[in-house]
Design a protein around this ligand. Structure first.
Ligand SMILES: [Zn+2]
Length: 281
């Protein structure tokens, strides 16, 4: 019989082994490089790097930038996207046993800290699609997500249905959110997700103008409807396959079922040989 501690150590070893395998494949393509672009990190898939928890009591070699220093006075330069890159991405390369975990609608002080602790426990990098009006209320939480190494992404300012909005309103929703996340974390969002997955011609154009690609999903357990922890867990474990993009929520209501499901299904996926990925920061 393996003790709990041995099982945990085995999981950590598997995580570490997977990360070095992904990192060692020199010249490998990042799962996030659309349009045939090769990862710029000379073979190191930054998206697969572990979240490095700070050593207890250790001081960082260089102090983190103050929030004000993260707000440059120059206008940020947006990446120019190819036509292929501007289309929504529903799943990643199925040849690698990777899963992209995406957490939407936060930050929320009731659930986001627990989710962050869980992801740290398992060495998982995730993508957080943040809502601007939540992010502006909880800037410290936004910085905490970024400091943990997760990918910060844009999920509009007020979570509206973009299909029924004027082009100018759509631009305001996306631009305000990118500006805020940039000022708060020093990172300019490079990925966008339309609320409900309801992209529109206007949202695709504005996202491209702002240098953001569009991330959809392939696994939706409908956790926001609170169907019960076991239902959320079962739906994810049934539907996950290599390259899956999983949709979960840490904001927008009581997400305790989602948090409980994460506690159950993350170790199961790790034990089944899956590695987690998020776009490079
Ligand atoms: Zn949402």
């Amino acid at each position: 019989m393996l003790s709990d501690r041995q099982i945990t150590s085995r999981r950590l070893l598997l995580v570490a082994a997977g990360m070095s395998l992904l990192g060692a494949a020199a010249g490998c393509r990042s799962p996030w490089s659309g349009g045939g672009e090769v990862a710029a990190e000379a073979g190191v898939d930054e998206s697969a790097l572990p979240v490095a928890p700070p050593a207890p009591g250790a001081l960082p070699a260089t102090p983190p930038p103050a929030p004000s220093a993260a707000a440059p006075s120059v206008v940020p330069v947006h990446k120019v996207l190819t036509a292929a890159e501007a289309k929504p991405v529903y799943e990643l390369d199925a040849e690698r046993r990777v899963v992209a975990l995406t957490i939407d609608d936060g930050p929320d002080p009731r659930h986001t800290p627990t989710v962050l602790a869980l992801l740290q426990q398992y060495g998982i990098r995730a993508t957080f699609f943040l809502i601007g009006e939540n992010a502006v209320e909880h800037p410290a939480l936004v910085r905490e997500i970024a400091d943990h190494g997760h990918h910060i992404a844009n999920h509009t300012w007020t979570h509206p249905d973009l299909r029924h909005m004027s082009d100018a309103k759509v631009r305001d929703e996306l631009e305000r959110t990118s500006d805020l996340l940039h000022k708060t974390t020093g990172r300019l969002p490079t990925w966008f997700r339309a609320p409900g997955g309801d992209w529109s011609d206007a949202s695709l154009k504005v996202a491209a103008d702002l240098g953001m690609r569009n991330m959809a999903w392939s696994v939706d357990p409908r956790d926001w409807a609170r169907p019960g922890t076991s239902v959320i867990t079962d739906r994810i474990l049934k539907d996950v396959r290599p390259g899956a993009i999983v949709l979960n929520h840490d904001g927008g209501g009581d997400r305790s079922q989602t948090v409980a499901a994460l506690k159950t299904y993350l170790p199961v996926l790790i034990d089944s040989g899956y590695f987690f990925t998020a776009p490079p920061n």
